[in-house]
Design a protein around this ligand. Structure first.
Ligand SMILES: C[S@@+](CC[C@H](N)C(=O)[O-])C[C@H]1O[C@@H](n2cnc3c(N)ncnc32)[C@H](O)[C@@H]1O
Length: 249
């Protein structure tokens, strides 16, 4: 992708999210389904942090493309003392700031920053989180976008992020739509990934865990417990609408 196009993406998203900031939470997280989905998706993030010994108050976590604070705010209320929230769009961070309870003010620092140029020293964070970002950029850009996150993580640090699944087999209509979009129309912004594309896309990170999420029909029919089971089972984890992926430095 040319540098002009890259510049355009920053401009496009800065405008989009500045405009959308005040409606962002309302549209995504306020309905009952939105609340349940947020709880499940955040739960998978914390499960990965726990698995890699990153749940402790003194662990330093950076939440990249933090937006209105879906992940960062939960990290501080869980007890983390040193969380940094970064985003390109100040209007999104402003919403997050407005929701931060007074008693956690010293535990969460906000920085306006492009994730490709993070204003932090190398190897300064134990872990990183990045919710709902990669569907915004082409697959071949995943690596360049996480390069600086890789730099600021300590050795063996973990980045937890979400990726939209191109192999969306639990929803055949969506799967056919995505297949058509990418392989027949050959659309340039191929922001969804097949499970087998993740390792190459995120190099030099190593993909160490994948949890499958977003099974809305099953959620409605069978509830959260079944979704939890389904998400982590070895065969079905790939087939939902998105993955929570653990990447190790
Ligand atoms: C879909 S929102 C996700 C927000 C939040 N992580 C969540 O899960 O709700 C995408 C966010 O990425 C931010 N963003 C877009 N390009 C970025 C970049 N180059 N560096 C940092 N943040 C960026 C946008 O400003 C926006 O807040």
């Amino acid at each position: 992708m040319s540098s002009d196009t890259k510049q355009d993406l920053n401009k496009r998203y800065l405008e989009k999210y500045t405009d959308e900031a005040k409606r962002y939470d309302q549209h995504r997280f306020h309905s009952t389904a939105g609340q349940i989905t947020k709880k499940l998706r955040n739960g998978f993030f914390f499960e990965i942090l726990r698995k890699y010994n990153l749940v402790a108050p003194d662990k330093k976590i950076i939440d990249v493309a933090s937006g209105t604070g879906r992940v960062a705010l939960e990290l501080v209320t869980m007890g983390y003392k040193k969380v940094v929230a970064t985003d390109l769009t100040n209007a999104m961070l402003d919403i997050s700031r407005s929701k931060l309870p007074e008693q956690y003010k010293n535990n969460l620092d906000y920085h306006i920053a492009d994730m490709k140029k993070l204003p932090f020293d190398s190897e300064s964070f134990d872990g990183a989180t990045m919710g709902a970002f990669f569907y915004l950029i082409p697959l071949e850009e995943y690596g360049p976008y996480v390069k600086d996150v890789h730099r600021v993580l300590k050795k063996e640090g973990i980045l937890v992020c979400e990726v939209m699944n191109q192999l969306h087999l639990f929803n055949p209509v969506k799967f056919i739509g995505k297949f058509f979009h990418r392989h027949i129309l050959g659309k340039k912004i191929k922001s969804h990934a097949y499970p087998w594309e993740l390792q190459k896309a995120f190099a030099p990170f190593e993909v160490v865990d994948i949890i499958g999420t977003d099974f809305p029909y099953f959620l409605r029919m069978f509830g959260e417990k079944f979704i939890n089971f389904l998400s982590k089972s070895s065969l079905t984890k790939y087939f939902g609408g998105r993955f929570v992926v653990a990447l190790k430095k």
